[in-house]
Design a binder for this molecule. Structure first.
Ligand code: 13P
Length: 257
């Protein structure tokens, strides 16, 4: 029903040589396997093209970590949706907590990028997630509702089919602290409920919701086994074949379709 996705967010890591070596290692890892799940890597902008060439016909998809809120023009330093598509990206990660909290991106700015990407046919992986103090103050659901409503404002039901949600509790990102499988499933179920209320049951049931935050080979299978968890968005553990390979395999075995 919902095809799993295992996505690697390389963040600001790798260089040309290590990035292409990682891509080559992942391509060999999946070679000959039946890709029953989507597998995606999101390298830094400068290496997108080299990584795409290295991935070749492996079936591994390419994503970017951000895009401009504007289509083209005098926006020094920005990278447009069209440029990302031109180098072979099928997806862009938007609303990542590092961009929300370090770079101060707001829900409305994230929404502008989301609508632009979708209008041009680029898939969006929209990240949402609460801070530790918000969880401790029992505000998780409220934060998720606000980020969902903000990020998806004026996104049509038709465009929603090109969106994936990634639930990434901020306190679990890069900290080694993982949400328990129950905590992840509860948050995912809440997000699905929001979709049912604000779109419809079909939209809620077909939405893929990935979990992100200290996913590693030792916890991947259990997280992916939760009924509302449809994949993983992996940071640190996506940077080596030794770690990301087994997470991909867990995704292939967790196929719920
Ligand atoms: P870690 O897997 O390093 O915790 O990062 C998660 C993340 O932010 C993926 O986007």
């Amino acid at each position: 029903m919902r095809r799993m996705m295992i996505a690697g967010n390389w963040k600001m890591n790798t260089d040309r040589s290590s990035g292409t070596a990682l891509a080559a290692g992942l391509a060999s890892h999946v070679a000959g396997k039946n890709l029953t799940a989507d597998v995606l890597v999101a390298p830094p902008f400068p290496y997108l093209e080299a990584v795409r060439e290295t991935l070749g016909s492996s079936g591994i998809q390419l994503g970017a970590q951000n895009c401009s809120s504007e289509a083209e023009g005098a926006y020094t330093g920005e990278v447009s949706v069209g440029m990302l598509q031109d180098v072979g990206c099928q997806w862009v990660i938007l609303g990542h907590s590092e961009r929300r909290h370090i770079l101060k991106e707001t829900d409305s700015f994230i929404n502008q990028k989301t609508r632009l990407a979708l209008s041009k046919g680029l898939g969006v992986i929209l990240c949402v997630g609460e801070l530790l103090e918000e969880r401790e103050a029992s505000q998780t659901d409220e934060v998720l509702d606000r980020q969902m409503a903000g990020g998806l404002a004026e996104v049509s039901a038709a465009d929603l089919s090109n969106v994936i949600i990634a639930y990434e509790p901020v306190w679990a990102i890069g900290t080694g602290k993982t949400a328990t499988p129950d905590m992840a499933d509860d948050a995912h179920a809440h997000i699905r409920g929001w979709l049912a209320e604000n779109y419809d049951e079909d939209a809620a049931n077909s939405m893929r919701i990935l979990y992100g935050g200290s996913v590693k080979p030792s916890n991947a299978a259990e997280l992916l086994g939760q009924p509302n968890v449809d994949g993983a968005l992996v940071g640190g553990a996506s940077l080596t074949v030794d770690n990301f390979g087994p997470i991909i395999d867990a995704g292939l075995s967790a196929d719920k379709s």
